[in-house]
Design a protein around this ligand. Structure first.
Ligand code: GLV
Ligand code: MN
Ligand code: MN
Length: 424
C-alpha cells in the first residue's frame, strides 16, 4: 500500500482533484442546526435524541453518496464506499458527532463531514479506489455524558470490553445500553473488521497553528490521559449552629484537591495538564455543610512515565488531605491510555501531500484525545489538524475558517487516495 504522495500511476484526473469547500461548509452548518445553541454552538450529547437526529442526517448523506451502512453493537456507524477490490481492508476516516454540553460546530463534526466530502468529490469525478473507503462515526468520543471517553473506538479496538461500555451510566442513571436502544442505534454484535489505514481530520483545539500562521498540523502523537472519580465523604450538618472546628466539610477537602490537581500539572511544565471539570455536591443546599462530594480529575502528559508520576502524586494528595481532614477519600481511575504516537509512514503522507498542495504545515502534538488514538492500536493511523479561532474549543464560540477546513479536507482526500489506490 502506497502511503506517500500520490502514487505515480494515479491518474492526472485524480491528482487535479479538489474537494468542494463550500459544500463541506454547508454540511457543517446544516449538521450544527441539530442541537444548535443561542450562542452559535452545539449541544448534542452522546446517545440523546439530538445525537439520533445527527446520526440520521449523516446516514442519509452517506446513502446519497452511494454508501452501504453498518452499525455495530456500541453504535459506531460505518459508511462504506465499495472499492475495485472489496477483499482489501478499507481505508477509513471519521470522527464523532457527539459534542460537549457547551460544544462547537467543528469538534468531531469536521472529521466526519470531511469524510463525506471526500466521497462526494470522488463521486463527482467518477473515481473509483482499489480498496474500499469508509467513513466512521464513533460513539461517545467526548466522554461528557458517559465515561469512558472515546467509547466507540475503544470498544472497536478492544481497549475495554463492550460490556464495560454498555454498563456505563449518565448522571440520571441511564445506561449506554438503554440509550442506544432508545435512539435505535444498538447494532449488530461481532468482531471489529480490519482497517487498512485510518486518517482523521480535526480542528487543532489549541493555539499553536494559528500562532505560527500554519494551515495544516502534521500530528506526531497525542498526550496520554488518566481520568479519575474522586469521592469525599464528610457529614451534613447545619451551617449555623455547627462550630467551624467541628465540621466534616466534604467540599472544603475537595477544594484542596482541586488546587493539588492544578499544582501537579504546573510542576510538570510545559506539557502536563490537570483539570477538575465536574463536581457533584451533596445535598447542594446553601445552609447545609456538604456531606459528600464527587468530582472528576483529568490528567494528561506526553510521556507515560510523567503521567505515572502524576498518578502517584494525586493519590498521595488524596491520602494527605484525608489524613489532615479526618474524612474518607476514595479515588478510582476510570480512563487510562498512554501517549500514542501516530504511524510514521502515514504522518509522512500527510506532510508530503500538504506540501504538494502548497499548504503551510508544521509538526504538532495533540493535547486532546481522539478516536485515532485508539484506532492506531490496530491499524496505521494519522491525523490532520487545521487551526481554530484563538485556539478555542469545547466552547460554543469555537470557530474555523472555511479555507482551512477545505485545505485539511484536500489533504485528507489525497492521503486516502494514496493509501487506497486509484482504480485503472
Ligand atoms: C476529548 O475531547 C478530550 O477530552 O480530549
Ligand atoms: Mn473531537
Ligand atoms: Mn471534544
Amino acid at each position: 500500500m502506497d502511503t506517500n504522495t500520490f502514487a505515480p500511476e494515479a491518474s492526472q484526473d485524480a491528482k487535479a482533484l479538489r474537494v468542494n469547500g463550500a459544500r463541506l461548509w454547508q454540511s457543517l452548518m446544516d449538521l450544527a442546526q441539530i442541537g444548535g445553541t443561542a450562542k452559535g454552538g452545539v449541544c448534542r450529547l452522546a446517545l440523546t435524541d439530538l445525537d439520533r437526529q445527527g446520526r440520521d442526517l449523516f446516514s442519509q448523506w452517506a446513502r446519497e453518496a452511494g454508501c452501504t451502512l453498518r452499525v455495530d453493537a456500541i453504535g459506531n456507524i460505518f459508511a462504506r464506499r465499495a472499492g475495485e477490490d472489496d477483499s482489501l481492508p478499507p481505508v477509513m476516516t471519521g470522527s464523532h458527532i457527539d459534542t460537549q454540553p457547551t460544544g462547537g460546530k467543528f469538534d468531531g463534526n469536521y472529521g466526519v463531514l470531511a469524510g463525506i466530502e471526500v466521497l462526494r468529490t470522488l463521486n463527482d469525478a467518477g473515481i473509483r479506489t482499489r480498496a474500499p473507503l469508509e467513513v466512521a462515526v464513533w460513539t461517545n468520543e467526548e466522554g461528557s455524558r458517559f465515561v469512558p471517553v472515546m467509547m466507540g473506538s475503544g470498544v472497536f479496538v478492544g481497549a475495554f470490553t463492550l460490556e464495560h461500555a454498555l454498563k456505563a451510566e449518565d448522571h440520571e442513571g441511564t445506561s449506554v445500553r438503554d440509550a442506544l436502544r432508545q435512539i435505535g442505534y444498538a447494532g449488530e454484535a461481532g468482531a471489529a473488521h480490519p482497517v487498512g489505514a485510518y486518517f482523521e481530520a480535526h480542528i487543532e483545539q489549541g493555539p499553536v497553528l494559528e500562532n505560527n500562521r500554519k494551515v495544516i498540523g502534521v500530528v506526531q502523537a497525542a498526550l496520554g490521559q488518566r481520568w479519575y472519580d474522586v469521592t469525599v465523604q464528610g457529614m451534613e450538618a447545619h451551617a449555623g449552629p455547627t462550630p467551624m472546628e467541628l465540621r466534616k466539610d466534604a467540599l472544603l477537602a475537595a477544594s484542596e484537591l482541586v488546587r493539588e490537581v492544578n499544582r501537579i500539572a504546573l510542576e510538570r511544565k510545559p506539557h502536563a495538564r490537570g483539570t477538575v471539570g465536574s463536581m457533584e455536591v451533596f445535598p447542594n443546599s446553601r445552609n447545609v455543610i456538604p456531606g459528600s462530594v464527587k468530582f472528576s480529575v483529568d490528567l494528561r502528559a506526553p510521556d507515560d512515565e510523567q503521567l505515572g508520576g502524576m498518578d502517584a502524586a494525586i493519590r498521595a494528595a488524596c491520602a494527605r488531605v484525608a489524613q489532615a481532614s479526618g474524612l474518607k477519600i476514595g479515588i478510582e481511575q476510570v480512563v487510562y491510555f498512554p501517549p500514542q504516537p501516530f504511524t510514521p509512514a502515514l504522518v509522512e503522507a500527510v506532510r508530503a501531500n500538504a506540501a504538494d498542495l502548497g499548504y503551510s504545515a508544521m509538526d504538532c502534538v495533540s493535547g486532546a484525545g481522539h478516536d485515532a488514538v485508539y484506532v492506531a492500536r490496530v491499524a496505521p493511523a494519522a491525523m490532520i489538524f487545521v487551526p481554530c479561532a484563538d485556539g478555542i474549543s469545547h466552547n460554543e464560540i469555537e470557530d474555523a475558517e472555511p479555507g482551512h477546513l477545505e485545505a485539511g479536507c484536500n489533504v485528507l482526500l489525497r492521503a486516502m487516495l494514496a493509501s487506497a489506490g486509484v482504480a485503472a
